[in-house]
Design a protein around this ligand. Structure first.
Ligand SMILES: Nc1ncnc2c1ncn2[C@@H]1O[C@H](COP(=O)(O)OP(=O)(O)OP(=O)(O)O)[C@@H](O)[C@H]1O
Length: 258
């Protein structure tokens, strides 16, 4: 029997009722994300990217249509979905290690020695070995975002949702974090939905890029990234990638101007 996709959107509409009238945030959105695929989502501000992510996370139900994860409708948040937000939203009074183990404490009410060891392993994996006893305020923005990634991975989710995770970082840190992420997924593959405003970031990291257009948000186009093999700084010089980036940029600029 054929496995269902990791994520499926089928003719999804989302209408928010507000005091100043309804806002049609998404219209007729249909797409699949395969198991262990890295999907990047690009689109103008307000086109419904975060709304889409909140639906996968089970934080929001579609007004009509269906959102499924592993063939089941999403009705509430699930343990097998991790989320990384634009800002790391760490508990400032808790150590880095306690922040990373927060999901398991929230789920089971306690943190075992093995959970703490796992936190240490994840911190090492995101390049923060030895920082477990620090407080978030003692870390840079990039380091805090790494803590957020380690926290999202602690329950070993099958799906990782990332909402502009690197947008607050400087360009170089951002690039390095992108490659770090690919290194992490090479060791432990995940299905990833990654929202970004950066065309080059989307093209460089993703297997496929989904371009949305706005008001109401819908899917304008989908693009397979023509890169094979491991990616690194040199991939940016790849002719196929440069063509794709130019194409994506042109599409987004036309839509922003429309
Ligand atoms: N809870 C809500 N109530 C009312 N309107 C909402 C709500 N959440 C989102 N919207 C509206 O839905 C539309 C899509 O919002 P969303 O945050 O998903 O866009 P986005 O593409 O993620 O934007 P950005 O790139 O600026 O983060 C916007 O018009 C927004 O104002």
């Amino acid at each position: 029997m054929q496995q269902p996709p990791a994520i499926r959107f089928d003719a999804v509409d989302q209408v928010f009722q507000t005091r100043s009238g309804p806002i049609h945030a998404l219209q007729g959105v249909s797409f699949d994300v395969s198991h262990h695929e890295f999907l990047a989502v690009l689109g103008p501000s307000g086109c419904g990217k975060s709304t889409l992510l909140r639906m996968i996370a089970g934080l929001l139900q579609p007004t009509s249509g269906a959102v499924e994860v592993f063939g089941m409708p999403v009705t509430s948040p699930r343990d097998d979905i991790g989320i990384v937000f634009q800002k790391p939203t760490l508990l400032p009074w808790s150590t880095v290690e306690d922040n990373v183990t927060f999901p398991v404490r929230h789920k089971t009410g306690h943190v075992s020695i093995r959970d703490r060891e796992r936190a240490q392993e994840l911190l090492a994996m995101v390049g923060l070995e030895g920082f477990g006893k620090r407080l978030p305020d003692e870390l840079s923005g990039g380091m805090q975002q790494r803590v957020g990634i380690a926290r999202a991975l602690h329950l070993d989710p099958d799906i990782l949702l990332m909402d502009e995770p690197f947008s607050a970082l400087d360009a170089l840190t951002r690039e390095m974090m992108g490659f770090d992420l690919l290194r992490i997924f090479a060791k432990k593959p995940k299905t990833v939905v990654f929202i970004t405003h950066s065309v080059s970031e989307a093209a460089l990291l993703a297997d496929r890029v989904l371009v949305m257009s706005g008001r109401p948000g819908c899917i304008a186009s989908q693009h397979v990234v023509p890169l094979t093999g491991p990616r690194g700084p040199d991939s940016m010089k790849d002719a196929g990638l440069l063509d794709l980036s130019a194409d994506l940029r042109a599409r987004l600029m036309t839509r922003e101007a429309a």
